[in-house]
Design a protein. Structure first.
Length: 522
């Protein structure tokens, strides 16, 4: 006879058992078990391709598992669509928001709901939304149009949309990628409130410091399998990184002290428009020296893209001057910039940096295909091209079946290494690196950052544009904050204050900043 237990074990909020998902040639999820308790923040960690997004897409109804079952609060469920998922109380906030810019907050929140259908009592709905927003600290005006809101406020709308629809389980996919530090702090405060209310949070992030701050428990995936379930209190960022990649990994890269040399790039009162003809750069002035990294900190859409394109010849400036190597090169062509030893790591590596339909070898020679030794007249010397590409593949540790492999089939990390290999091989005097580690896992990220610092040590001047503030702080010698096309301040990296930088990124003037800390762009 079995004695009744004095302590009844709580039924988990989520229990995914033996989940298998196959795609052509890929086993994305290999018999994964995942258990998440009610009222906890559970983080999923893993390299790109580890299977975490696939697993969450199964839970949110975008994919159907080939094997396995899902239990929510102890009851088996079949989730065939996102609509099914939200009916079971599961909702997802994606990194790229699913909002209609011209609709109000309220209209976006009720969009697609079966009720109310005809008699829309907006005053009542707005009141309900306001009550939810106050309860969880998600301040937003229900009457505001989406285009009027900041990125952080738009994310709040996405969360409110799920809470209004009764979600008890929220999946957040890289939720801090587009937020300023103050907005991250606000988001984490909201998550803690939801946790106190008994909500269950599944958190996906590559930022280990954030994972350690917000998580209760962590699951690590690698190559489609679950490697570990661990409590935050029993691990460290270094241990998590090693579990993710299966080897020892340097989370922080030591940056050698270097005395900056001559000025390589000088921008004076630089102005430029965006695609809509509106001012994107409004009188930018700065310089970069040999062996120096100038990091640009800012939320996406504040002129970073236009700045990189003006410097590399891809966009015309409307005013101001650009000097490189003591030569005025304002509005010069990309070919002219390449001739002046300017290399470019664009934010869209496949759309701008590489040609997906060409082989690895062909992509490697895009900048010097007409040089002596690789071609004779209009014809490429195939043997020499292959030898040249093989040397770069070996030198930069690019994992590829061969030089004839289409570059689009490589992993994101290997595509980025191929791009860096080509640009670094030109021995640049100036390198423009835009979001160089975006979308890369922790191992590939460390590799790319090390390559950039090696360039710095070789005397290259680097302009680093990144939305990852930790990356900017780690790699830069000086940091410029860009907001609405203007430089709000330039900081020596060792004196930078992350809270003050975050406020400037959000457009808040910090009168308390000392003159020693901020060097106003003249």
């Amino acid at each position: 006879m079995t004695e009744p237990s004095s302590v009844t074990r709580k039924v988990p909020a989520i229990l995914m058992s033996g989940i298998v998902k196959r795609f052509p040639g890929v086993l994305a999820n290999d018999h994964i078990d995942l258990e998440v308790k009610s009222g906890e923040i559970h983080t999923l960690l893993g390299e790109n391709g580890a299977g975490k997004s696939t697993l969450m897409n199964i839970l949110s109804g975008l994919y159907a598992p080939d094997e396995g079952e899902i239990l929510l609060q102890g009851k088996r469920v079949d989730i065939h669509s996102p609509r099914d998922a939200i009916q079971y109380g599961v909702g997802t906030v994606y990194q790229h928001f699913m909002l209609v810019d011209t609709f109000t907050v309220t209209e976006n929140i009720i969009l697609g709901m079966s009720t109310p259908r005809f008699n829309l009592r907006f005053n009542d709905i707005e009141q309900q939304i306001s009550e939810i927003s106050q309860k969880y600290g998600l301040q937003v005006d229900p009457k505001a149009k989406i285009w009027q809101l900041s990125v952080g406020e738009q994310q709040r709308v996405e969360i409110l949309k799920l809470l209004y629809r009764g979600a008890e389980v929220l999946i957040l996919d890289e939720p801090t990628a587009v937020l300023t530090p103050p907005e991250v702090a606000d988001l984490f405060a909201t998550l803690r409130r939801m946790k106190e209310e008994g909500k269950t949070i599944l958190f996906i992030s590559h930022k280990l410091d954030e994972v350690m701050e917000i998580s209760d428990s962590i699951s690590v995936l690698r190559d489609g399998r679950k490697i570990a379930d661990i409590k935050k209190t029993d691990t460290s960022p270094h241990d998590l990184a090693c579990m993710m990649v299966g080897r020892d990994v340097l989370i922080r890269i030591d940056k050698k002290k270097i005395s900056a040399g001559e000025i390589i790039l000088e921008a004076r009162n630089l102005c430029a428009n965006n695609e809509k003809g509106l001012a994107a750069l409004k009188g930018i002035t700065f310089d970069i020296r040999e062996g120096e990294v100038l990091g640009i900190a800012g939320v996406a859409g504040n002129g970073q893209r236009e700045l990189a394109e003006v410097i590399t010849g891809l966009r015309q400036s409307t005013k101001g001057s650009l000097f490189i190597n003591n030569k005025e090169l304002t509005n010069s062509s990309p070919k002219k910039m390449i001739g002046e030893k300017v290399s470019h790591i664009p934010e869209d590596r496949l759309g701008v940096g590489l040609i997906p339909s060409l082989s690895v070898g062909d992509n490697m020679i895009l900048k010097n295909y007409d040089s002596q030794g690789l071609s004779r007249g209009p014809f490429l010397l195939a043997k020499n091209v292959q030898q040249f590409a093989c040397q770069l593949i070996e030198r930069f540790g690019i994992s590829t079946p061969g030089t004839h492999t289409l570059i689009r089939v490589l992993s994101g990390g290997n595509q980025q290494k191929a791009l860096l290999a080509r640009e670094i091989n030109t021995e640049p005097k100036l390198m423009i690196a835009v979001h160089p580690t975006r979308g890369l896992d922790i191992g590939a990220t460390a590799n790319v950052r090390e390559l950039l610092l090696n360039q710095r040590e070789n005397g290259t001047a680097l302009l680093l544009i990144s939305e990852d503030l930790d990356e900017v702080l780690q790699l830069s010698d000086r940091i410029a904050v860009l907001y609405e096309g203007e430089i709000k301040g330039i900081f020596p990296a060792e004196e930078a204050d992350i809270e003050q930088i975050g406020m400037l990124m959000a457009g808040v003037n910090c009168n308390s900043l000392s003159e020693k800390t901020i060097v106003e762009a003249a």
